[in-house]
Design a protein around this ligand. Structure first.
Ligand code: DDH
Length: 292
């Protein structure tokens, strides 16, 4: 079948459950980071989507612009080439799926497989045929900043304060890499498990600036040198409108899972314009053909 490397048309209706199962089967990678590529796949889906601007209706998860240097080479996207490379065999096996659908679906599958909620996902994204529609660089958040920056970035996408805090809970997953962002370390002791731990760490421990040569980040002396918080993570407990949500999600797992599923689904829909055919496509809330 014709590969859709440069597909201006949406994924043909293929077997999305088969794609889901193949994504799930590659998550465990013993030699990679903490043994799973799940976290970096979640970040790929987020960075693919988080360039959206509601006012100009540009950016977002349509297009898979990170295949091009213009977007893929944005320093904010450093390291995501690993995520894209891991997904390449899945794309080769199912060439009918667009990259834009594959990357967002991979995030959803990874969240579920790591113990998180079912996030609704719907196909119909197209891939840019060249880099002319790639969003400008600089639309993704800068971890060195504070609450004002978070609002500037996330309000632009159309999110509110509660949604900003719910989205940030993804930092229970994965880690910072000094050779990618410059920061170093995970936020949680179980970085391959979806959980409320990020909020618990923020609310139950005192964080102080780490004394080191690297960029400004925070540490807790009882937790040791590994675990970390970014300045933008600290902003969530320093801001009076953010902190009630941090406290709520630290205590109420069900509320967090539900709100996260809603907001992540909203995130990966940003910038998607479907043809009529796909407008009526079913919304897959989970893998119906889950063989496990
Ligand atoms: Fe994040 N994130 N993120 N993040 N993020 C990093 C890693 C991961 C910020 C900065 C960083 C979200 C929000 C923010 C994930 C998911 C999400 C890293 C480390 C930095 C820096 C990169 C590296 O060195 O490899 C900032 C700033 C924000 C913000 O201001 C709100 C959101 C909304 C999500 C989401 O998925 C909904 C995940 C997962 C990772 C771990 C990646 C990995 O490789 O592991």
């Amino acid at each position: 079948p014709k590969t859709q490397k440069d597909a201006a048309s949406p994924s043909r209706k293929g077997d999305f459950d088969a794609v889901r199962n193949d994504i799930a089967s590659i998550l465990d990678q013993p030699d990679y980071d903490d043994g799973s590529i799940g976290p970096v796949l979640v970040r790929l889906a987020w960075h693919a989507s988080g360039t959206y601007c509601a006012e100009t209706k540009t950016g977002g998860s349509n297009g898979a612009g990170m295949r091009y240097e213009a977007e893929g080479g944005d320093p904010a996207n450093a390291g995501l080439e690993h995520a894209r490379r891991f997904l390449e065999p899945v794309k080769e096996k199912h060439p009918w799926i667009t990259y834009a659908d594959l990357w967002t679906l991979a995030g959803v599958v990874a969240i579920k497989e790591m113990g998180g909620p079912d996030c609704k996902w719907k196909p119909g994204r197209t891939d840019f045929v060249d880099d002319s529609k790639c969003p400008p660089r600089g639309r993704l958040p800068d971890g060195a900043q504070a609450a004002e920056h978070l609002r500037f970035i996330f309000y632009r996408m159309g999110f509110n304060d509660q949604e900003i805090v719910a989205l940030a809970g993804a930092h229970s997953l994965g880690r910072c890499h000094s050779d990618r962002s410059g920061w170093e370390g995970p936020w949680s002791v179980t970085p391959t498990k979806f959980s409320t731990q990020y909020y618990k760490m923020l609310t139950k421990f005192k964080w102080e600036e780490k004394k080191w040569e690297g960029p400004r980040q925070f540490r807790n002396e009882d937790l040791g040198e590994e675990l970390m918080m970014l300045p933008t993570d600290m902003a969530l407990i320093e801001d009076e409108k953010f902190i009630p949500w941090v406290k709520k999600y630290a205590e109420d797992r069900d509320a967090f899972y539900k709100d996260f599923a809603d907001v992540f689904s909203k995130l990966i829909e940003l910038g998607v314009e479907r043809t009529d055919d796909y407008e009526s496509a079913p919304t897959f809330s989970k893998a119906e053909g889950d063989k496990k």
